[in-house]
Design a protein around this ligand. Structure first.
Ligand code: PLP
Length: 398
């Protein structure tokens, strides 16, 4: 018999598993090239050549005892120092290795932060729509995730007024994901300032910190030169989590970091506790080889132009077919309004061999998410299928 908690998670996790299975079943039936699978945020662009070179060189030239052994649970000090220096160069901050913990991706980092902060019953807020795994991560530590309603009229920017209404004496933290999965929206500096002002006001009212957890795996994926605000500059009690899963196309390698700024309330205590959390969650430390690889590739970038080309082609194709989409400024997701129920829309899309994720899976019905981290040709080939789907809903071609 499994635990009641895991039973609930197993049941709710079955939607994602069903999607995987559906994709595989359709590929077997129609041929992979005839299935337009937009369901997963798995980068289709290979890691930059320098990453591969670094892996090969490090594996060949480094003493294996040094390369594969345990190290501090926070990660190699020299790697953390390099990460800190890179952030300082980019954002004018003053971090050092004592502000950085290397983690097992963003997911590992978020779990470390939440384990460090949460007592049972503590509430964590997030703006809808959001990456549904947050609910599982918060529940891992018996916290309660609460969604601040989506700001549809405001173009899915965070709504500071709605945040103020949602904060309670139990609110311990707010998770902010920028650029955003699933909308592709980049939260503006003004919106961030307004959020920070509400958090300041509320922590003053309650006389205790409310932490802002910045989840940033898509930071590097910003188009048209758009800036993604660096949150520690706007709010003192910010803990930032990053990963190279998307920025260097390394999701399977599980490598990222968290930043605990010295000006945070209880920064030293949070750092020490987070290092222990990294260990006792069973991660122990971030993968040793990958720590060294990313330290050599801090200035490397994925081929953002390829995602941009996909973004433009998909947006043009979908809007011409009559769909209404949020024009994404970041990440690699298109957020499309459905002309009816989103789950029914996703089911109908399958009839045209199109796989998308209903907005309900991001706590925001009435939309679907289309992950365009796929081959450009697939996007072009899929457009007639989207046009047929639009036609079924009586949408008029533009
Ligand atoms: N946060 C968001 C918003 C994501 O979309 C993802 C992955 O898709 C993660 C966290 C987890 O990323 P990682 O692979 O770095 O654990």
């Amino acid at each position: 018999m499994i635990s009641a908690k895991m039973m609930r998670m197993t049941e709710s996790g079955s939607a994602i598993r069903a999607m995987f299975e559906e994709g595989a079943r359709m590929a077997a039936k129609y041929g992979r090239e005839n299935v337009y699978d937009f369901s997963l945020g798995n980068p289709n662009i290979p890691a930059p050549g320098k990453v591969r070179e670094a892996i090969i060189r490090l594996a060949r030239d480094t003493d294996p005892m040094e390369l594969h052994g345990y190290m501090s649970n926070a990660g190699y000090p020299e790697v953390r120092a390099k990460v800190a220096a890179s952030l300082n160069r980019r954002f004018g901050t003053a971090f050092d290795e004592n502000n950085i913990i290397m983690t097992v991706g963003a997911a590992g980092g978020l779990n470390v932060i939440l384990k460090t902060l949460l007592d049972p019953g503590d509430e964590v807020l997030v703006f809808a729509p959001y990456f549904l795994e947050y609910g599982n991560y918060v529940s891992n530590f018996d916290g309660v995730l609460r969604a601040v309603p989506a700001n549809i009229e405001g173009g899915f920017q965070p709504d500071a007024g709605a945040l103020r209404d949602a904060i309670t004496p139990k609110t311990k933290a707010l998770i902010l994901n920028n650029p955003n999965n699933p909308t592709g929206v980049i939260y503006t500096e003004d919106a961030i300032r307004a959020v920070a002002a509400v958090l300041e006001e509320k922590q003053a009212e309650y006389g205790r910190p409310i932490y802002l957890i910045s989840d940033e795996p898509y930071r590097e994926l910003a188009y048209d030169g758009k800036e993604v605000p660096w949150l520690t500059k706007y709010y003192r009690n910010t803990l930032a989590g990053y990963s190279w899963s998307k920025s260097l196309s390394l999701p399977g390698e599980r490598i990222g970091y968290i930043v605990i700024p010295s000006e945070c309330d209880d920064a030293g205590l949070i750092f020490d506790a987070a290092v222990i959390a990294n260990r006792i969650l069973g991660f122990v430390n971030a993968p040793s080889l990958q720590q060294r690889v990313v330290a050599e590739c801090l200035d490397e970038k994925t081929d953002i132009e390829a995602y941009d080309k996909n973004r433009r082609a998909l947006y043009k194709g979908l809007t011409e077919a009559g769909f209404s989409c949020v024009y994404p400024d970041g990440a690699f997701y298109m957020w499309v309004k459905t002309p009816g129920d989103d789950e029914e829309f996703s089911d109908r899309a399958k009839m045209h061999n199109i796989l998308v994720v209903p907005g309900t899976s991001f706590a925001c019905p009435g939309y679907v998410r289309i992950a365009y981290c796929v081959a450009y040709d697939m996007i072009i080939k899929s457009l007639p299928a989207f046009e047929k789907l639009a036609g079924e809903y009586g949408l008029s071609k533009k």
